[in-house]
Design a protein around this ligand. Structure first.
Ligand code: 13P
Length: 255
């Protein structure tokens, strides 16, 4: 089964609206040769309109870093899927570990956001991953299985066409410490096997699973060479077009 590699930047809280067009255009120019890779920039919600305008006519897709599950209403500070679509976004990240760690996100709220985003037609990147404490306590499998089973509850086989999973070991995010390709592959295989129990083996084989956590041009090729690693979710290295393009070049070569 060949899955089209997907490299997505997660800008986090780093780029202002006035800085957005330059970064998106830089990414589009630096990656024009890599048409066999799906390229995405997920930006702060306030940057989405500028990012969509800058990406027009290029293959770069634009997404947001979160969305709410309700359509509209009294949810101060939240952004709905309809608002994102109206602004031209096609992707959204849900359940990032920083949302879980700092903003009370749980597997249940991740599931609500993911189901709403997929139903709205957004390609939805659902993030999962263990903390170092969980890994050291021998709970890796239990945590990953729970995050998949609860976070993706009631997602149908048809919904999987718009689902991407990102495996981001929390201890590798922004730390410069990357999971080894073998460590990452082992968890990616577990994620796919767990997903297969929910939606069937055949459908699980079609779902892209990204690795995230200190991925950069220098380590992307060996990670992306692994059988179940279908892309990357990139933080720090997505903030410089040349670094992001280096990872996309590696994904293109691995395809
Ligand atoms: P870094 O690439 O900065 O480690 O961040 C990874 C991440 O959290 C992407 O969502």
């Amino acid at each position: 089964m060949s899955r089209n590699k997907i490299i997505a930047g997660n800008w986090k809280m780093n780029v202002k609206p006035s800085e957005t067009a330059a970064l998106v255009k830089g990414v589009a120019e630096a990656t024009a040769a890599y048409s066999n890779v799906e390229i995405v920039c997920c930006t702060p919600a306030i940057d989405v309109p500028a990012a969509v305008a800058a990406a027009a006519g290029t293959p770069v897709g634009i997404g947001s870093e979160n969305c709410h599950w309700e359509d509209h209403g009294a949810f101060t500070g939240e952004i709905s899927t309809g608002m994102l679509l109206d602004a031209g976004a096609k992707y959204v990240i849900v359940g990032h570990s920083e949302r879980r760690q700092y903003f009370g996100e749980t597997d249940e709220t991740v599931n609500k956001r993911a189901r709403a985003a997929i139903a709205a037609g957004l390609t939805t990147i659902v993030c999962i991953g263990e903390t170092l404490e969980e890994r050291d306590a021998g709970k890796l499998n239990e945590v990953i299985e729970r995050q998949v089973n609860v976070g993706l509850k009631d997602i149908s086989a048809a919904d999987c066409a718009r689902l991407v999973i990102a495996y981001e070991p929390v201890w590798a995010i922004g730390t410069g410490r990357t999971a080894t390709p073998d460590q990452a592959q082992e968890v990616h295989a577990l994620i796919r096997a767990t997903l297969a129990k929910l939606v069937g083996v055949e459908t699980a084989e079609t779902v892209r699973i990204q690795y995230g956590g200190s991925m950069k041009p220098g380590n992307a090729a060996e990670l992306l060479a692994k059988k179940d690693i279908d892309g990357g979710l990139i933080g720090g290295a997505a903030l410089k077009a040349a670094d992001f393009a280096g990872i996309i070049a590696a994904a293109s070569a691995a395809s």
